[in-house]
Design a protein around this ligand. Structure first.
Ligand code: ADP
Length: 247
């Protein structure tokens, strides 16, 4: 298996507060990693570090073709190349309210990747159809349900054709009846072979879709492995206690 992501010794503090205390893991190409753990354990900070939305204090991280030693020296251009390896899906979609759905999706491909508007729009329409939103391209985000907005948020990340998709609790801001549609889109992407890292509280979903589960607590990986092991047969008391609290 080729590793598409490798993280060694990732540390991050906010001010005097250490949040990530030495995180190591790898992600195989074409696999899905679910990151689970208590609130405040550092899951989102970990995910944001993979896209340099949060800049680690230390750690060597490779995402696809780009490696940065965050304890060493690196340039803005290095960070830009590192960031371009992954697409980030936010907890609440972060769509531009004054742009239509299609305009939101083609913004990155056109502005960042300098793709022709016509090509980018054609691809955006195909992607929208694939998530059941073929007829919503000209709508504004406020005219969509939360679940539809989040599907657009996923399409917007996919449209940049990154090597890796990073999804930060993609369903946690949604009403329960809208969660299923968004999870189905993620399951479809997994079936298409996308490499993904998903922070999630949906343990059933993690069991269904992931190849690897990372249980994070106190800014360290307490336990990792196949979902059948970590979720169904946790080796550590902290993992077991966390899973018990969810049920
Ligand atoms: P999780 O995703 O597991 O809930 P987070 O990574 O969001 O955890 O947060 C871990 C800790 O880091 C929390 O205590 C949170 O308050 C703190 N934190 C996260 N982002 C910031 C920030 N930008 N500034 C200061 N503290 C932060």
């Amino acid at each position: 298996m080729t590793e598409l992501i490798r993280v060694d010794g990732l540390r991050k503090s906010f001010g005097a507060t250490p949040v990530l205390n030495g995180i190591d893991f790898g992600v195989d190409a074409g696999s899905v990693t679910a990151v689970i753990g208590p609130s405040g354990s550092g899951k989102t900070t970990l995910l944001r570090s993979l896209n340099a939305l949060d800049v680690p204090d230390a750690g060597v991280i490779r995402v696809a073709d780009e490696t940065i030693d965050f304890a060493g020296t690196y340039s803005k251009a290095d960070i830009a190349r590192y960031r371009s390896q992954s697409g980030f899906v936010f907890q609440s979609h972060n769509l531009f309210p004054h742009k239509t759905v299609l305009e939101n999706i083609i913004e990155g491909p056109v502005v960042v990747q300098r793709r022709p508007v016509r090509d980018a729009t054609e691809d955006a329409r195909t992607l929208l159809a694939s998530v059941g939103l073929a007829d919503r391209g000209d709508a504004y985000p406020s005219e969509l349900s939360g679940g539809q907005q989040q599907r657009v948020g996923i399409v917007r990340a996919v449209a940049l054709n990154p090597k890796v998709l990073l999804l930060d609790e993609p369903t946690s801001a949604l009403d329960p009846e809208l969660v299923g549609d968004v999870l189905r889109v993620i399951v479809d992407l997994a079936a298409q072979g996308w490499t993904m890292v998903v922070v999630t509280h949906e343990i059933g979903f993690a069991r269904q879709v992931s190849d690897q589960v990372l249980f994070i607590d106190g800014g360290v990986v307490v336990e990792h492995g196949a979902p059948a092991d970590v979720i169904d047969h946790p080796q550590h008391d902290r993992t077991a206690a966390f899973l018990r609290r969810l049920t």
